[in-house]
Design a protein around this ligand. Structure first.
Ligand SMILES: Nc1ncnc2c1ncn2[C@@H]1O[C@H](COP(=O)(O)OP(=O)(O)OP(=O)(O)O)[C@@H](O)[C@H]1O
Length: 612
C-alpha cells in the first residue's frame, strides 16, 4: 500500500473515532453529564513546564494560605473575612448528613482512668478560639470518637483510637490538641518572626513544631493540613505540610517562617529531619500517627523508628503519642504496643475494622471481559453524580479512564505514577466536580474526604494479598461519610474468591444483602462471626486485648448519661483558661462517673449503651 493509501486509512480511522466520540458525547450529554475536560499532560507535567513555573496557575497545596497572626493581637486574632469565607464556606466542604444515627455504635474504652465523654462542644472546655472555629466548621455535635478522644487527650496518656471511616477522626485529635496548645502557644512555641512583617532574607527560622501528624499519603496530608488551617484560624499556631513529589523549596520556605503543627508524609519528613538547621523535633508535645495500621505495616519501619526515637525527637514524658485508624488488624496492634506507653488509653467505636449501614453495599457478578460494559451500564443507570472507581493496577486505571473519556464522560484519574502536579490537579477537578468521575488505584483509598461521593465502584476488588478486606473497608468508606448516604458497588468474579468469606461477613455485619454467589461463604453461625484477622480476638493483641470483644475494656452507656448531673466539671477538666497547661485534667475527671454513681471506676465495668 502506498503512503498516501495508508494515510487515507489512518485518516478514516481517526475520522470514525471522532464521529464515535461525538456520538458518545451526545449520549452522555443527553443523560445529563457535562462535557469531559481533557487533561493537558504536556503543559502540566514537571518535564515540560517545570513545577515552579506552573505555581501561579495552580498553587501547590502546601502553599495554601494560612491565618496571618500579628504579635500585636491579644488572645484571639482579628477576623479575616476573606480567608474565613475561603476556609469555612467553600461549597465543596463535606457537611454532616441526616443519617448520623448509623454512626452510633457501642464505644469501648480501656485505660488507667475514667474517660468522661463530652456530649457537646460547649461542654468540652475548649479554648474560646477553638470553640469559635468548631462553630465556623458547622460541627454541631461531637461524633462518638470525638466525644471520647477530646477528654482522653486531656488525661495526658497516649491514645490509640479506632472508629469507622468518615466518622471525624481528624478533628478528634486536632480539636483537643490544638485547643490545649492555644492557651499556651506563647510560652511553648519557638521564637519566630512576626508574620505580619516577615522578611525572607533576614528573618528565617528553624521550624520547631509542637505537634507532628504523620500519614501515609500526600493527599491525606494536604487534607489534614486543610483541617488544621481551619482549626488554627485566628490563633498564633502555624500549621504547615510537607510531602513528597512537590518542590521541597516551597515547603522549606513555609517552615522557615515558623511551624507549630507539622503534617507530613514519612519520606519527606525523613529528608527534612536530616537537616537540623531546618527542622527540630525537640519541642514536640504530640505525635499523631494517622492511618496507623498502614504506617505500622511493612515498608515504613525505618520511618517509624525515627519518628518514635530518632534524631532530636523530644523523648520526655511530656510527649504524647496518638494512633488513629478505621482498621487495625492484630499484626499492627502488636507492633503498636512497642511504641506506646503501657497505660495507653484505647478507644474503639464498634468492632475494629467494621463499617456502617449508611453505605449500601452491592456485589455483582461480572466477568473480567465484561467489566467495562458493566461499568458503563452502572454509570448510566442513575443521574450524574460524583463517582469514585477503584482498580488494582495503574495500567487498568489508565485504561478505565480512557474508556470512560471515550464514552463522553467527564472523568479523570490518579495513581502513583502520576506527577504530584497531576495528582493535585486530578483531585481538585474531582473535588470541584469539574470531573465528577475519578478513577484511582488504592493510593487514594485511605483518608480521602471528598463531599458528595455518591457511588464507589470496585471495578477490581482488592486481593487478599493486598490488604483484602481492610482495603475494601477504606475504599468503600470514601462514600457515606459523616452521616451522609452512599452506594458501593463491587464487581466480583471467580478471581475474587479469596475475598469471598470476609466480604460475606462484612455484608452480614452491616445488614446488607448477600448475593447467591456468595452464599457458599456464609459463616455457620452468622450471629457469632469469627474474624480471622483477630479483630474480635482479644488475646495477645499487644494492646491488652482492648480491641477484642466486649469483655475487654468497658462500654460506657452514654444514652443514660447526663454531663451536668454526672458531676463532671469542665473548668477543672484541664482545657482552656489559665490552667490550660495542666494536662492533668484526668485527675479531676477521675471522680466522674457516667452512671452518676460514686466514681469508683473499674476498668472491668461493662455499662453498655450507645453513643451519639
Ligand atoms: N462533629 C462533626 N460534625 C460534622 N462534621 C464533622 C464533624 N467532625 C468531622 N466532620 C467532617 O467529617 C468529615 C470526615 O472526617 P474525617 O476525614 O476526619 O473522617 P475519618 O474518620 O478520618 O475517616 P477515614 O477513616 O476515612 O480517614 C470531614 O469532612 C470533617 O470535616
Amino acid at each position: 500500500m502506498s503512503d498516501a493509501g495508508s494515510n487515507l486509512g489512518l485518516d478514516e480511522a481517526a475520522l470514525a473515532r471522532k464521529q464515535q466520540l461525538a456520538e458518545n458525547l451526545a449520549i452522555a450529554k443527553a443523560a445529563g453529564w457535562q462535557k469531559p475536560i481533557p487533561f493537558n499532560y504536556d503543559t502540566a507535567s514537571g518535564e515540560h513546564a517545570g513545577a515552579e513555573e506552573t505555581r501561579d496557575s495552580a498553587a501547590w497545596l502546601s502553599d495554601a494560605v494560612i491565618y496571618a497572626w500579628d504579635d500585636e493581637f491579644g488572645e484571639i486574632g482579628e477576623p479575616n473575612p476573606e480567608l474565613e469565607k475561603m476556609l469555612f464556606d467553600d461549597e465543596n466542604i463535606q457537611r454532616a448528613g441526616g443519617a448520623i444515627k448509623a454512626l452510633s455504635f457501642d464505644v469501648n474504652v480501656e485505660g488507667p482512668e475514667r474517660v468522661p465523654p463530652v456530649r457537646e462542644f460547649n461542654d468540652a472546655g475548649l479554648h474560646p478560639a477553638m470553640l469559635q472555629n468548631v462553630k465556623l466548621c458547622k460541627y454541631e455535635f461531637p461524633t462518638p470518637i470525638q466525644a471520647y478522644c477530646i477528654p482522653a487527650v486531656l488525661t495526658g496518656h497516649d491514645v490509640v483510637a479506632v472508629a469507622q471511616t468518615g466518622s471525624g477522626k481528624t478533628a478528634a485529635f486536632l480539636i483537643p490538641i490544638l485547643s490545649k496548645l492555644m492557651g499556651k502557644a506563647r510560652q511553648l512555641a519557638a521564637p519566630r518572626p512576626n508574620p505580619g512583617r516577615y522578611n525572607a532574607a533576614t528573618d528565617r527560622v528553624r521550624a520547631e513544631p509542637l505537634v507532628l501528624v504523620v500519614c501515609p499519603t500526600r493527599e491525606l496530608a494536604c487534607q489534614i493540613f486543610d483541617e488544621a488551617r481551619r482549626l488554627c484560624y485566628r490563633t498564633m499556631l502555624r500549621p504547615a505540610v510537607i510531602y513528597g513529589g512537590a518542590p521541597s523549596r516551597n515547603q522549606r520556605e513555609q517552615l522557615e517562617m515558623g511551624c507549630d503543627i507539622l503534617i507530613a508524609t514519612p519520606g519527606r519528613l525523613m529528608d527534612f529531619m536530616q537537616n537540623p538547621k531546618l527542622l527540630s523535633l525537640a519541642r514536640l508535645k504530640f505525635t499523631v500517627i494517622d492511618e496507623a495500621d498502614e504506617l505500622l505495616s511493612a515498608g515504613w519501619e525505618e520511618a517509624m523508628e525515627k519518628i518514635f526515637q530518632g534524631g532530636d525527637v523530644n523523648g520526655d514524658a511530656d510527649h504524647t503519642y496518638l494512633m488513629f485508624s478505621a482498621t487495625f488488624p492484630k499484626s499492627a496492634r502488636r507492633l503498636a504496643k512497642d511504641y506506646m506507653e503501657e497505660d495507653t488509653i484505647k478507644i474503639k467505636v464498634g468492632r475494629v475494622g467494621s463499617t456502617h449501614e449508611n453505605i449500601k453495599q452491592q456485589i455483582i457478578y461480572v466477568n473480567e471481559s465484561e467489566k467495562n460494559q458493566a461499568l458503563f451500564d452502572l454509570i448510566f443507570s442513575s443521574e450524574p453524580q460524583r463517582i469514585l472507581i477503584f482498580t488494582n493496577s495503574k495500567m487498568k486505571c489508565d485504561m478505565v479512564d480512557d474508556y470512560l473519556y471515550n464514552k463522553g464522560l467527564p472523568v479523570t484519574s490518579i495513581h502513583s505514577d502520576r506527577t504530584q502536579r497531576e495528582r493535585e490537579d486530578a483531585l481538585r477537578a474531582f473535588r470541584t466536580a469539574r470531573c465528577p468521575i475519578l478513577v484511582a488505584t488504592g493510593v487514594t483509598a485511605r483518608g480521602l474526604d471528598v463531599a458528595n461521593v455518591r457511588l464507589v465502584v470496585n471495578y477490581d476488588l482488592p486481593s487478599t494479598q493486598h490488604d483484602g478486606i481492610t482495603e475494601y473497608i477504606h475504599r468503600i468508606g470514601r462514600t457515606a461519610r459523616i452521616g451522609n448516604e452512599g452506594r458501593a458497588t463491587s464487581f466480583y468474579n471467580e478471581r475474587n474468591e479469596d475475598l469471598g468469606e470476609d466480604l460475606c461477613k462484612i455484608l452480614i455485619e452491616s445488614k446488607q444483602e448477600i448475593p447467591d454467589f456468595l452464599e457458599q461463604f456464609k459463616p455457620e453461625d452468622p450471629e457469632n462471626i469469627n474474624w480471622h484477622d483477630g479483630t474480635d480476638d482479644e488475646s495477645d493483641d499487644g494492646l491488652g486485648g482492648a480491641f477484642g470483644g466486649d469483655a475487654g475494656g468497658f462500654n460506657v452507656d452514654t444514652a443514660g448519661f447526663n454531663v451536668d448531673t454526672a458531676g463532671f466539671n469542665v473548668d477543672t477538666a484541664g482545657f482552656g483558661g489559665d490552667d490550660a497547661g495542666g494536662f492533668g485534667g484526668g485527675d479531676d475527671a477521675g471522680g466522674f462517673n457516667a452512671d452518676g454513681g460514686d466514681g469508683d471506676f473499674s476498668a472491668d465495668s461493662t455499662n453498655k449503651v450507645d453513643a451519639w
